[in-house]
Ligand binder design. Structure first.
Ligand SMILES: [Zn+2]
Length: 459
């Protein structure tokens, strides 16, 4: 049976892997929430432990041990992404070289592998595990989020990049665009020109878009909303600030270049941060950085691109077209969910323009017409879906239902020949559905109804 057409569906598979987390409890005067969290953890009541340790982390936000314990509790509670964030928080509070920093970093790698295994990505998890043994020369384990390998398709280089004009953004000047291009060139050189970029003037053509903003809150200087759906990168939009401090000076050319290089590193698929201060992918700007990718940054990006991507630019059109496609799809699902079916159909049709002959879209339009009781249109869309994909079980099933109903109507109107044809086709379709691996419920009933109707029509 073909897979359900729901890009928002997240399949949660049971997780049968041992985490093998490195435990560490440092006895000291704990705050009570920390104590309680520790108690629940020992009781193996991990959800309670998470609750208490979350409270403890708010009470004592600069205590790395609290975040370490929270990371362990999250991991045992199989909230792996949260576990990874908690271990990452440890590294913001204590040096990587410290015993706690080392343990937190190793656990980040363990959690990354666990996330991959939980996605049925065992072979890649092993690949990562092998890489993580060479500690120190890369940080691949801390840059994989969500258990998936995400990077652009090497066969589709150059990446098309649009660097927006920041005119109107306070402090922006034209030379900031040049700083971004300098950052881009750093990655080209860092990857021995395996990754290449090409400037485009139309954002609708771009894989990566760069825009400008005066400042962010909390001293943040850049942002990289990266979105994927299924196995396709939908958008990779970078925003760069012209100020760190809202009341401070405008960032200079080398700062802008460094920020751009860091954000483009994210855009290339390095989803997390390096725990090593000097790396361009460290989570904040600091004096240990030279402003260009280090040997470790280079090694990490090279390792990432060596592993086959689970999520990539899997689209015939541009990334911008993919995002338009998925935006329409999201809208359609939302509207269909709120029974605004006519509007949903408009969005499905827009999506269909970008992905003509998609059997799933044709099927979904059919379903919307079924719900609107516009039988002729529903039938025609199920037929279109079946023309593209003759094994589309759901389309066959829904089509057969319409045919039975239409046949009944024709039978009552004494249009015997038409009715007979409709029932006969419905029976053929239902017999095929019945033989499919996961036939929907009700096949038998419908089959009997069609056969009974056919006998009523007579010879
Ligand atoms: Zn970052």
């Amino acid at each position: 049976m073909r897979k359900d057409f729901r890009y928002f569906l997240v399949l949660v598979r049971p997780l049968f892997i041992a985490l093998g987390l490195i435990m560490l409890w440092i006895p000291q005067s704990w705050s009570s929430a920390f104590d309680e969290g520790k108690f629940y953890y020992r009781q193996q009541n991990y959800s309670q432990a998470v609750q208490k340790l979350t409270i403890a982390s708010r009470q004592d936000p600069s205590n790395p041990e609290v975040f370490f314990a929270l990371g362990l509790a999250y991991a045992q509670n199989l909230q792996l992404a949260q576990a990874k964030s908690a271990f990452e928080a440890v590294l913001k509070l204590t040096p990587l070289a410290s015993p706690l920093g080392q343990k937190a970093y190793k656990n980040m790698g363990i959690v990354s592998r666990a996330m991959m295994s939980s996605q049925g990505n065992g072979a890649k998890a092993n690949q990562i595990a092998g890489v993580l043994k060479n500690t120190g020369d890369n940080y691949l384990g801390s840059t994989i989020n969500g258990g998936k390998i995400v990077h652009w398709d090497m066969a589709k280089m150059p990446l098309l990049v649009y660097v927006g004009n920041g005119a109107g953004v306070d402090g922006w000047s034209q030379d900031m665009q040049a700083s971004v291009y300098n950052g881009i060139r750093e990655w080209e050189a860092a990857t021995n020109y395996k990754i290449r970029f090409k400037q485009v003037r139309d954002p609708a053509q771009a894989n990566i878009k760069i825009r400008w903003q005066r400042n962010f809150k909390h001293g943040k200087v850049g942002e990289n909303p990266f979105e994927s759906m299924g196995d396709t990168i939908v958008r990779s939009d970078v925003t760069i600030a012209t100020h760190i401090d809202p009341n401070g000076p405008v960032l200079n050319a080398s700062e802008i270049k460094q920020i751009a290089t860091h954000e483009i590193g994210h855009a290339l698929g390095l989803q997390g941060h390096s725990p090593y201060e000097g790396d361009i992918m460290y989570y904040m700007m600091n004096p240990a950085q030279s402003g260009v990718p280090t040997a470790r940054d280079k090694k990490t990006v090279a390792l990432l691109y060596k592993i086959q991507a689970d999520v990539t630019n899997n689209t015939v059109g541009s990334t911008a077209q993919a995002s338009l496609f998925y935006d329409n799809l999201k809208q359609a699902e939302k509207k269909a969910g709120s029974s605004d079916l006519q509007s949903a159909i408009v969005n499905y049709q827009n999506a269909l323009k970008l992905k003509p002959n998609s059997p799933d879209l044709l099927y979904n339009i059919g379903v919307a017409y079924s719900k609107l009781k516009q039988n002729d249109l529903a039938i025609s869309y199920y037929r279109k879906a079946l023309t593209v994909d003759p094994n589309y079980t759901r389309a066959k099933y829904n089509l057969s239902v319409h045919l039975i109903n239409q046949g009944a109507e024709w039978g009552n109107q004494r249009r015997s020949a038409d009715a007979k044809q409709a029932f006969t086709e419905a029976i053929q379709l239902l017999e095929q559905v019945e033989r499919s691996p996961n036939p929907p419920q009700g096949v038998q009933e419908n089959l009997q109804a069609a056969q009974r109707n056919l006998s009523l029509v007579g010879p």
